[in-house]
Design a protein. Sequence first.
Length: 389
Amino acid sequence: MSYLAGNYNRKKISFKKGSGSYLYTVNGTKYLDMVSGIAVNSLGHANPKLLEALIKQAKKVWHVSNSFLIPEGEELAKKLVKKTFAKHVIFQSSGTEATEAAIKAARRYFYSIGKPQKNRILCIKNSFHGRTIAAIFASGSKKMTEGFGPKVGGFDHFNFGDHKGLKKAITNKTAAIMVETIMGEGGIKVIPDWCLRELRKICNKKKILLILDEVQCGIGRTGEFFAFDKSKVKPDIVPIAKGIGGGFPLGAVLMTKKVAKAMTPGSHGSTFGGNPLAMKVGSAVMDIISKKSFLNNVKKNSKYFHNQLNKLREKYPKIIKEVRGRGFLIGLQLYKDQTDFIKKLMDNKLLTIRAAENVIRVLPPLNIKKKEIDHALKIFHKVCSSYKK
Ligand SMILES: *Cc1c(COP(=O)(O)O)cnc(C)c1O
C-alpha cells in the first residue's frame, strides 16, 4: 500500500545513491543508468562540479522573490544568451512551465503589436509539451487529455511529416508553430534539418513565430547545444528544461528581442522560477556543456554508440527495426512491444525507458565513458541473443 497516488506505473526498484553513470539500489546492486531521469542528469549523478555549486550557494541564499534583482539569474541568462540565438530569458522550474511560457510569449507578442486575433498555436498531433491543462491540449493526444475536459481551445494540429496538412492548417489566426525538434515521448522522431529550414521559411512568409521545444533534445543531448543548431535555423522562442539543471528542477524560455519586448512587468511570473540555488546549478551545467570540446566528445562517443547499435540491428534484423535519434538521444525501435526487452536489460543491470512506437529510449549521461558504452553494448547483445532469431 502506498500513500502516493497511482498516476505512475513504477518499477519495483529504488536507489539510495548515484555516482557518475551508475545508480545503486538500497541493497547495493549497481545499475548502469541510461535513463538519466529522462535526459535530466546530463552530467551523471553526484557530479562534483554541480555538488560544489549547489552546496556553495546553499550556504548563502536559497530563495528570494523575483521582486528583487537576482544576480545569479542574470549570470545564467547571460551565459544562455551568449551561446544561443536568444536575447532574453525567463526562468521557470519545469519543462511544461517553459512550454506554457513559450505559448504565452507568442500570444503576447501579437497582442503587443495590435494583432490579438493571432493567437492560435499549430502543433504536431501526438507530440509532447508537458502535462498542464494547456500543454496536454497542445499535444493533441487523446490519451493525455482523456478525462481532463473541457477542451482548451487555441491549438491546431497537423500530422508529423504531413507538409501539405501543415500549410493548410495555417490561418490568419495562427500565431506560432510549436514543435519538438526531436519528438522524445513520441518515439525519438527527428525533424530533418531541411524540414526545419522549410518551417522557418513558412513562418517568415506567414509572419508567424517558430517555437522549437528543446526541453528533452536540447542542452548538448544531440552533440550540439541545441538539436536545431546544425540546421542553422533561428527560432523565435525556445523552451528548455530537463538537461539544464542536471537534476535540479529548472526550466526556461529563451526569446528573441522582439518577443521579449512584449513580456512587460506583470505579464508573467513564477514564485520559484529563477531561484538562486537553481541558477547556480544551471550556471555550473552551462559552464561544462556549452564548451566546444565537451560537445565534440558527445558527438564522438555517441557516433560510436550509434554505429555499434546499428551493427547490432544488422545482426538481429528481426528484433531491431531502426536505430533512431541523434547524439545521446537514442531510440531503439523494436518490431514488437518493448516492455519485455526493457525488463531483460534491467535484469542485466542496464536501465532504459520506453517511448511511443515500440521504442526503447537510451539516454546516457552526456559525459559517459566509452567503456561504459561498451558495457551497455554487451548487455544489448546478450538480451538480443536471448530471443529466437
Ligand atoms: C519532458 C518534456 C516536457 C515537460 O517537462 P516537465 O518538466 O515534465 O514539465 C515538455 N516538452 C518536452 C519536449 C518534453 O520532453
